[in-house]
Write a protein that binds this ligand. Structure first.
Ligand SMILES: [Zn+2]
Length: 427
């Protein structure tokens, strides 16, 4: 399918034509207006001590590398959004690898650091992941994840675009990073700006309400809210973004607001943490030693901790040291049968749960013997563990005691009207 066809398929022809007119108004005729918009975007972010991640096509980067470099120096992250803005789900792994090579060269030439990737239109295939792994990228953030935060405001156009994106429902799949054969996949939360404005056509106050509701749900679950806002629509959604960041900054335990490269690095480092439990002979006491990255969050539920702690959330306390003892006759971690599915083991480890493989189920408040474990099983298992009332020692997902994470992110398909016109031609 050619790029014009794909752009109109996703948006509906009428929408695409209308969008062409609107884009003219938003961009003006030069990249100057877009630079100014990014400047306002950065100012708003700085008000909330936040940064952001902007995936950009390599072609747009090449044409505007001086401006982009200035934003890099001010702490923004840029990621690869394709060499050009084409539908990667229609390309083979080899074709994607070739485009990725060219994109990486362009980022290198313009001295723009990169660690991650997002597909145009959020449309990826297995070849995308193969190409990203071959080229050593740290993360991909192309999988759309739709939140149930609309209270009946859904429109056929919104349902259509979710289908076009291949979005998954957040009721079934967690909004959390996950390693898949060495590549970290970071979901992209929906509705984003395009959903709120072009698909749902919500009035301003309702836009804010949707994002605040998503924040509330994601915070309750302790997951990651990627707030999607293409810079071209910044002025239309500055207020909802400000309200979302302001609300996130008032919550305690905190919301960690970070760039996707920071989130990916944290997920890697935290997953490597070692937790050792040693039963002290003749006593109902377990010695705990935790070796992990600076800022690690150690949580204890329904346990007597012999060491400094602080209240956290619900039944959890935060343990403030890395070496301490617990008064308990159990091993307050999750026991797994040795024949358990490797996917179960890997999922729990990435969530920060401490796992022990053991034939003997008796020492564990929770013991799992599951030969199959699919992504659809993750939400029910998380609910079972987190709603439990039994002793549990675990690592928090996020650093410095944060309960949830938030990333502001928006794709830059073009910095000028000229670039936008070329996007339809696949240049
Ligand atoms: Zn895009």
């Amino acid at each position: 399918m050619n790029p014009l066809a794909i752009a109109t398929k996703g948006k509906g022809l009428k929408n695409a034509l209308r969008r062409g007119q609107v884009i003219t108004q938003r961009y003006g005729m030069t990249s100057h207006k877009m630079d100014q918009t990014l400047e306002r975007f950065v100012c708003l972010l700085q008000t909330y001590q936040a940064s952001a991640t902007f995936p950009i096509t390599a072609v747009a980067l090449q044409r505007n590398s001086t401006a982009i470099r200035q934003f890099v120096e001010r702490g923004l992250e840029f990621a690869i959004h394709g060499f050009t803005h084409i539908d990667h789900s229609q390309l083979s792994a080899d074709q994607q690898a070739a485009y990725l090579n060219r994109a990486m060269a362009a980022f290198g030439q313009s001295q723009t650091p990169f660690n991650g990737f997002r597909c145009p239109y959020l449309r990826w295939n297995e070849g995308t992941l193969i190409a990203l792994r071959q080229h050593g990228l740290l993360y991909d953030s192309s999988q759309g994840l739709a939140w149930d935060a609309l209270d009946g405001l859904e429109t056929p156009a919104y349902r259509h675009v979710l289908n076009f994106y291949g979005a998954q429902p957040a009721q079934r799949y967690p909004a959390l990073p996950r390693f898949e054969q060495g590549l970290l996949r970071i979901p992209y939360c929906l509705p984003d700006d395009e959903g709120l404005i072009d698909r749902l056509q919500l009035p301003p106050a309702a836009r804010t309400q949707v994002w605040l509701k998503m924040l509330q749900q994601i915070y309750e679950l302790g997951e990651l809210f990627t707030v999607g806002l293409h810079p071209e629509r910044f002025d239309l959604l500055a207020e909802p973004l400000a309200a979302t960041l302001a609300q996130a900054r008032t919550l305690a335990p905190a919301v960690w607001i970070a760039r996707l490269d920071e989130i990916a690095a944290w997920w890697c480092n935290r997953t490597e943490t070692n937790v050792t439990l040693t039963a002290l002979p003749g006593q109902e006491e377990v010695q705990v030693a935790v070796a992990g990255p600076v800022g690690l969050t150690i949580l204890a539920r329904r346990l007597i901790v012999n060491g400094p702690t602080a209240p956290w959330s619900g039944a959890y306390e935060r343990v403030l040291v890395e070496n301490f003892t617990l008064t308990t006759s159990l091993r307050p971690v999750i026991g797994l049968s040795p024949r358990s599915a490797p996917s179960l083991h890997e999922f729990l480890r990435q969530q920060g749960y401490v796992i022990e493989l053991n034939e003997d189920s008796r020492p564990y408040p929770l013991y799992l013997d599951r030969l199959d474990f699919a992504p659809e099983d993750e939400r029910p298992l998380l609910a079972q563990i987190e709603n439990g009332d039994w002793p549990l020692l675990r690592l928090g997902r996020w650093p410095d005691g944060a309960r949830a994470a938030l990333n502001v992110t928006g794709d830059i398909d073009a910095l000028t009207l000229w670039d936008y016109g070329l996007r339809f031609l696949g240049s």
